[in-house]
Design a protein around this ligand. Structure first.
Ligand SMILES: Nc1ncnc2c1ncn2[C@@H]1O[C@H](COP(=O)(O)OP(=O)(O)OP(=O)(O)O)[C@@H](O)[C@H]1O
Ligand SMILES: [Mg+2]
Length: 302
């Protein structure tokens, strides 16, 4: 626990890359144990940079990051490695070892907790195996424990990656676009697993995500980043059009690509409105998207 009682505490974080690009400008954020936070924003907004600073992969130019009792900024290499063992990182591309079984991939989450020689020999204790098995059970994949990782579906691979992160016995989980490679149905089930495990195990979780509908559906809290600054921080219910305009800098193309079009349609349906207003919103977005080819061409929101 950090001094102010949160699990992750970020203060006045600033990142300037050697080429002079300022990717984060005075970002402050606290995430509590068991809190499930989705981070949204256009491509290049600084979302991945933020996650990389939190687990010590990137040293910020200014500001502090504290995770539990470790001040990441200013920590020695040994302390940073120790912290990285307690922070699960989930990537878009799963990062599993294809030729190994599901169980061995999940056991890799214990590597940082073992002396180096047994780890090198892939020797794991009974306790490690039990922890790994319980993690697989949490994502409903215990029955696939002996299957090779490369024979799994994309959704199953990402659930194995979640199980591997849980096996680290993490204090925090950081997920960088964990569902970007998955179809909508699998995206939904992977987000369900991530959220359920975060809440059940009281892990602070930050998820970078481009799909606003998924963020709204699963997040306790949404953080919107634009040009390296937090421009929205609140519950999904407060993410109104005005807030979205700030996050996506008024780019209708970005809004449309992020799924706001369907969100507006859904809202209209929920409000039991006639089809007219929803279609009008749809048409407005389509027309505006056509006028913002830069955002479309650069894949501003993937
Ligand atoms: N090593 C680097 N040197 C210079 N600029 C960088 C470096 N790494 C990232 N950037 C720039 O910093 C900005 C923020 O990058 P970041 O990867 O955090 O964006 P993001 O919000 O995660 O985007 P996406 O949604 O596309 O993943 C981008 O403009 C990126 O080009
Ligand atoms: Mg990114």
């Amino acid at each position: 626990m950090t001094k102010n009682g949160s699990c992750i505490s970020v203060r006045d974080l600033r990142v300037v890359f050697p080429n002079g690009h300022e990717a984060l400008r005075s970002v402050s954020l606290d995430v509590g144990a068991g809190e499930f936070v989705c981070v949204i924003g256009r491509s290049g907004a600084g979302k991945s940079t933020l996650l990389r600073c939190i687990n010590g992969l990137l040293r910020p130019t200014d500001g502090t990051v504290v995770v539990e009792d470790t001040t990441v900024t200013g920590a020695s290499a040994v302390e940073r490695r120790r912290l990285q063992r307690r922070v699960g990182f989930i990537f878009q591309e799963f990062n599993l070892v294809d030729r190994l079984s599901v169980m061995k991939n999940v056991l890799a989450g214990r590597l940082g907790h073992r002396p180096w020689l047994p780890s090198m020999l892939y020797y794991f204790s009974r306790e490690d195996r039990e922890i790994a098995f319980r993690s697989l059970e949490r994502v409903n994949l215990a029955h696939k424990a002996q299957q090779r990782a490369d024979s799994l579906s994309g959704g199953e691979k990402q659930r194995v990656a979640i199980a591997r992160a849980l096996t680290q016995n993490p204090v925090a989980v950081l997920a960088d676009e964990p569902v970007a490679s998955l179809d909508p149905e699998l995206s939904w089930s992977v987000m369900s697993d991530l959220r359920r495990t975060a809440v059940e195990t009281k892990i602070a979780t930050l998820v970078n995500i481009h799909d606003i509908n998924l963020a709204r559906a699963f997040a306790d809290r949404i953080v919107g980043v634009a040009d390296g600054t937090i421009v929205f921080d609140g519950p999904p219910g407060d993410l109104d059009e005005e807030a979205l305009t700030r996050v996506y800098k008024g780019s209708a193309a970005a809004l449309a690509l992020a799924g706001v079009r369907s969100a507006l349609r859904q809202q209209a349906a929920d409000d039991d409105l006639a089809d007219g207003p929803a279609r009008a919103a749809d048409d407005t977005l389509t027309a505006a998207a056509a006028q913002d080819p830069d955002a479309m061409a650069s894949g501003a929101v993937r």
